[in-house]
Design a protein around this ligand. Structure first.
Ligand SMILES: [Zn+2]
Length: 291
């Protein structure tokens, strides 16, 4: 998110439009998205192409309406788009500030379960530097949100850094922690390839609840009782915690600006990430904008 000298960063969009097709992880539906360059100060907005009116949803924390297994945003008309977090994570990692995302279904395609395909296709068309500085969100006070054994916090820091711990009751996943600063383009190498994951024992239950209908070994790491079911194995030794970081980077980008602060997540997910932003923005003395 924050490179060497954040004060010099300019806003960015993409050089050319990009169209990609895929399947929704939870809906199982085929979906096409088209990313289009957007002007300075536009931000990131989704436009549902099947709807003629009230079809725009801004990718912002206050539009988050559901956080069960993915992050869903809605507009005032009740139009929803879900599983936005991996695409948002790629946009954060590549410092894309302004973008229009046309979508013809209710869920962003899952691709391979990571954000790497989004990163690659954006790098393929190129990133366009725009002639205005990025607005940075500087955290001035420590904010923490807890829920049972899970917690997230953000504290003042001179750059964006992230620290995450997980602890699953599984001998394959169990305890993992990872800390990193996102500098010099390491989002792509250290985070973007980490895939979403799920447990084999949960699959039937998820599907009976209408979730993970598009999930497969092509777009998720599936963890069995004592082994990983994907033949190719893991992409990182600690791929699970790296994916949680990938998710958090995407969720935090819904702040609307890159965050300057230190984020710590402990066994947390989309719900607490959104609660953290809501608490941060609930009091103007918690933050300031650097422009
Ligand atoms: Zn995810």
């Amino acid at each position: 998110m924050i490179d060497i000298n954040p004060n010099n960063q300019k806003q960015q969009t993409i050089e050319e439009s990009i169209t990609v097709k895929g399947i929704g992880l939870h809906s199982g539906k085929q979906v096409e998205i088209k990313l289009e360059p957007a002007e300075i100060d536009h931000g990131i907005k989704f436009i549902h192409t099947d709807k003629k009116r009230d079809n725009i949803i801004e990718a912002i924390w206050s539009n988050v309406s559901e956080t069960i297994l993915s992050t869903t945003i809605s507009n005032q008309s009740g139009l929803k788009i879900s599983t936005i977090e991996h695409l948002m994570s790629a946009l954060s990692g590549l410092h894309i500030d302004n973008l229009i995302i046309y979508i013809n279904s209710v869920e962003v395609p899952i691709m391979d379960g990571s954000s790497r395909p989004f990163v690659d296709m954006i790098e393929n068309v190129g990133i366009k530097v725009q002639n205005k500085k990025r607005k940075l969100l500087n955290v001035k006070k420590s904010i923490e949100v807890k829920n049972n054994n899970s917690s997230v916090k953000i504290i003042p820091n001179d750059q964006f850094s992230i620290d995450f711990e997980i602890d699953f009751p599984s001998q394959i996943v169990s305890k993992q922690s990872c800390q990193l600063q996102l500098i010099n383009g390491n989002y792509k190498t250290d985070i973007s390839a980490a895939r979403t994951f799920g447990f084999e024992k949960d699959v039937a239950n998820l599907r009976s609840n209408g979730l993970a209908l598009g999930g497969s070994l092509d777009n998720a790491v599936v963890v069995g009782e004592n082994k990983i079911l994907n033949k190719e194995g893991l992409r990182y030794n600690d791929e699970f915690v790296r994916h949680k970081i990938l998710d958090s980077i995407g969720d935090l980008y819904l702040a609307g600006s890159p965050i300057v602060g230190y984020f710590y997540g402990n066994k947390s997910g989309h719900h607490l990430n959104n609660q953290l932003l809501r608490k941060l923005f609930s009091d103007e003395s918690n933050y300031e904008y650097i422009v």
